[in-house]
Each structure stands twice: as C-alpha cells, then as structure tokens.
Design a protein around this ligand. Structure first.
Ligand code: MRU
Length: 337
C-alpha cells in the first residue's frame, strides 16, 4: 500500500481523514490544495509529510517556473514549509528540493522521487533493526517464549510514511517473524490516529491487537500488559529529546515506572542535529475545536475554551534507545544521536 505518490503531474494520497470508514484517494494538483491537505491531516506523519513537501516543491516548480516567476515560486515554497511546524521532515525536504528547482526546475521531480525511495528503504531497515533490538531487550522474559507484546501510540505505519512505517514497521516485522503476541494501540485523542488508522493497518496485516484509551496506557504498563513501548517521532533533537504525538510523554513516564523499555523508531531524516534540545522544538497548537468536538460532534458546551498541543517532548532520559534506518543509539547508556 502506497500512502502517496506522484501520478500524472499531481500528488495522489489516501485521504486519512476518511479512514477507517472510507478508503478514498485524494488528488492534489495545486500548492494551495496540498497545503490544505497537510493542515487538515489528509496526509500526516513526519516521513509522509517530508515526501509530500518534496513533491509539493516539484509541483510548484512546474506551476511557477522559479527562473521566470521567482516570487510566486518562493511564496509557494514558504507556504508548503510552514503548513505544519513540528515534524522536521517537512521543512527539511522542502529545503532539499527547492535549491535544485531554482537551478533546474525539471530536476526537482527526480529529487522528490529519490526522497520517496529513501523513505521506503528506511522503513524496511527500521523494521528489521527495530525488531532485532526488541528481541534483544525482551529476551529472557515471558515474551521470549510467547511473543512480544507491544504498546504504541498515534499512527506510525505505512500511512505515516510511504509504506510500512517506523514503529509500526517494527510491529509488522515482528508479526512476519511470528514473534508478535499482541499490539496495544493507544487511541490518540483528539484526532484518533491510533483508533482510526493504526487499528486499520493492524487489521490489514492480520496482526493481533487491541485498542485502549490514552489514559489507560500508563496503568496497563504498570499491570504488566506490554513488554515494550514503541513510538515514532516528529523531531529528535541533538540530545535525544523526542517530539512525538501528545501522550507519548505520559507513556514514557508509565514505561519508566513499570521498568518497560521505551524505544523511539524514526528515520535519519527525522533526526535534527540543528535543534539542541526538546525545549527548542516548536509544538503545533491545533486550536480548541478538535478538543471540544469528536469527529465534528461537540462534546463540551458551546464556548468552552480548550488547549490542544498536538505533540509533546519526551526527555532523552526516559528513552531506552533510538532506532533509525542506519543505527541504534542507546540513550540509556549515555549515547546521543
Ligand atoms: O499529527 P500527526 O498525525 O501528523 O502526528 C504523527 C505522529 O506523531 C507520528 O508518531 C510521527 O509523525 C511519526 S510517524 C512515522
């Protein structure tokens, strides 16, 4: 399953706002439509945002020749880069393709394809390396005999990348090895990426799984319900602090309390050595409506104020390891990215 791709001079993507009820393809042919799709989370997840951003610049280069219509091209590039602030992949991939487009607009698409292919390969590598690490971390426990029980938050599968995913690629690889006892998917308020998307992907891969509300995570870890917590990342700072979907920090605290390994799985493209610590990461505020409503239905009296940080930062000190497509960084042993 390809989450997004370049088809006949446009970007086609699975519209994630419609899942799991409908599997619809959304076709985008203008920068405005791409920016709107990113903002409403039709396309989402750090690596997928990077690929969408890269294709967006290629699209902008076709629509507004950077040599002839430089102002419009640069304005389009800025709009794509700023569509969402926390995932480093979006800005980083825009900044990788834009300079190429400025020199040779026709070369931009080839670079975007390269980025797509790199992310595809990265997902496979993370799945293998992450599954090896999980087996090593939980080896000797009950999980060694019965298979591994994984807890995960948000959606880190093929939908968040191009195919397979990050943390969910590890789950898929464990399942393919016959080593997955169960995946526990945290529903992920307010937009329910865990409840709507991760369950959809786990069902498609035939992996045993159950869904839980966000606030059950730390308690179930204390009760021994999982052997490992696996999360993705939107930005990993130079010291290992990791921004990911809101609720990740609570799970990290719960994992530390329970003595359960807490592992971040993210491609090298999500590691941002230019950002020193988690304090330097901009956290997207998505406004009150998403909290006061569920799927468009109000759950609080009209006029209720709400606070809605889309991400949190887990301090490096709570993270056992970072698994990328190229390496394992043992944060618990003092290593840094
Ligand atoms: O707001 P979202 O759905 O884009 O948030 C996504 C996440 O937090 C993912 O965990 C992260 O991007 C890693 S996905 C491979």
């Amino acid at each position: 399953m390809r989450t997004l791709d370049w088809v006949d001079d446009g970007i086609e993507m699975i519209d994630q706002t419609k899942l799991p009820q409908k599997t619809e393809t959304l076709r985008v042919e203008t920068v405005d439509d791409l920016v709107a799709a990113i903002k409403r989370l039709s396309i989402r997840g750090a690596p997928a945002l990077g690929v969408a951003g890269a294709y967006g610049v290629a699209m902008a280069a076709r629509l507004h020749d950077p040599g002839g219509d430089a102002d419009r091209f640069e304005a389009a590039v800025e709009r794509i880069r700023n569509a969402r602030p926390t995932a480093v992949n979006l800005g980083a991939m825009v900044d990788r393709v834009a300079p190429i487009a400025r020199v040779d607009p026709s070369a931009a698409l080839a670079e975007a394809h390269r980025i797509r292919d790199e992310e595809l390969a990265a997902s496979v590598a993370m799945g293998e390396r992450g599954a090896d690490l999980v087996e090593e971390l939980v080896g000797g426990s009950g999980a060694d005999r019965d298979g591994v029980r994984v807890m995960t938050i948000c959606n880190t599968g093929g939908l968040a990348t191009v195919e397979r995913g990050t943390a969910l690629a590890v789950v898929q690889t464990l399942h393919e090895r016959g080593r997955l006892a169960e995946a526990l998917a945290v529903e992920t308020r307010p937009l329910l990426q865990g409840g709507r998307l991760t369950t959809w992907e786990l069902q498609r891969m035939g992996a045993p799984h159950r869904l839980l509300v966000d606030s059950a995570g730390p308690f179930l870890l204390a009760r021994g319900a999982a052997d490992v917590v696996l999360i993705g990342a939107d930005r990993v700072a130079a010291n290992g602090d990791t921004a990911n979907k809101i609720g990740s920090f609570s799970l990290a605290l719960g994992a530390a309390n329970a003595g359960v390994p807490f592992v971040v799985v993210a491609p090298e493209s999500t590691v941002d050595l230019a950002t020193g610590t988690g304090d330097d990461i901009e956290i997207e505020d998505r406004g009150a409506d998403e909290v006061a409503c569920v799927r468009g239905v109000p759950i609080a009296p009209e006029g209720t104020e709400a606070i809605n940080p889309a991400f949190d930062v887990t301090p490096a000190g709570l993270i056992t390891a970072l698994v990328t497509d190229r390496r394992v960084v043992r944060l618990d042993e003092g290593e840094t990215p």
